[in-house]
Design a protein. Structure first.
Length: 219
């Protein structure tokens, strides 16, 4: 769906208006992969060298859960602990607000890494409903990593992360949710030729070398 939009634009010289609206329109890379695949770590490294703003859906939800007066605290808390996916209305509003605030502060910051979203069909529908035509999804950066490695990394992270979901009980559920709900979303984008797969089971620097190769080629 997004590919078609690009194809039309690139076949001829775009008008000034098209070029301006293209510049201003948020350019999005979805960053997906299992829990502990290294999405957050790699996004932090990307931000150091490339002109992207990193928005972690999970971090936004955790901040909203901690926000005094938030009506969604309870549902967010329960979903995170149970490895379930928060209803998209909550997540998409947080993402939209974060994107708007970033672009309001600096209009040149229109390139976003959206980390840990969309995680299921509901997320994807919410994104399409709210953002279709307003943002371009360039591609999905997929950190591919075996479940065992993912679990071990999260257990290790749990020793210091303070996260309520970096424990065996939550992790089992998170892996299930990932396999049942998120993998089909990645496969959907794959069908549209939109997935850039990185072997994420290696060291941070080895993985980042591959990430760089993708970004240097496609921005
Ligand atoms: N989550 C969600 N929707 C999102 C992103 C995260 O519901 O779009 C919830 C979900 O319960 C998930 C948890 O937040 O298990 C932690 O997500 P995060 O991306 O921080 O975990 P990671 O995959 O990076 O380990
Ligand atoms: Mg993360």
């Amino acid at each position: 769906m997004f590919g078609r939009l690009f194809a039309n634009v690139s076949q001829r010289v775009p008008s000034l208006l098209e070029r301006v609206s293209q510049i201003m329109k948020p350019q999005v890379v979805f960053v997906l992969g299992g829990p502990g695949a290294g999405k957050g770590t790699q996004c932090s490294k990307i931000v150091e060298s490339y002109n992207y703003t990193h928005l972690s859906a999970g971090d936004l939800l955790r901040a909203e859960r901690a926000r005094e007066g938030s009506e969604d605290r309870h549902v967010i808390e329960t979903c995170i602990k149970e490895g379930k996916i928060v209803p998209v209305d909550i997540t998409i509003n947080l993402l939209r607000k974060a994107m708007e605030e970033t672009m309001q502060q600096d209009e040149k910051k229109f390139r976003f890494l959206i980390d840990g979203f969309p995680r299921n069909e509901d997320n994807l529908q919410g994104w399409t409903r709210v953002m279709d035509g307003k943002a371009d999804v360039k591609f999905v950066l997929f950190f591919d990593c075996g479940n065992e490695v993912c679990i071990n990394r999260c257990i290790e992270r749990g020793k210091s992360s303070g996260r309520i979901d970096d424990n065996w009980e939550s992790l089992e559920k998170r892996i299930q949710t990932y396999l049942q709900s998120t993998r089909p979303i990645i496969e959907l984008y794959e069908k549209h030729g939109k997935v850039r797969t990185i072997d994420a089971s290696r060291s941070v620097d080895e993985v980042f070398a591959d990430v760089k190769a993708v970004l240097d080629k496609e921005g």
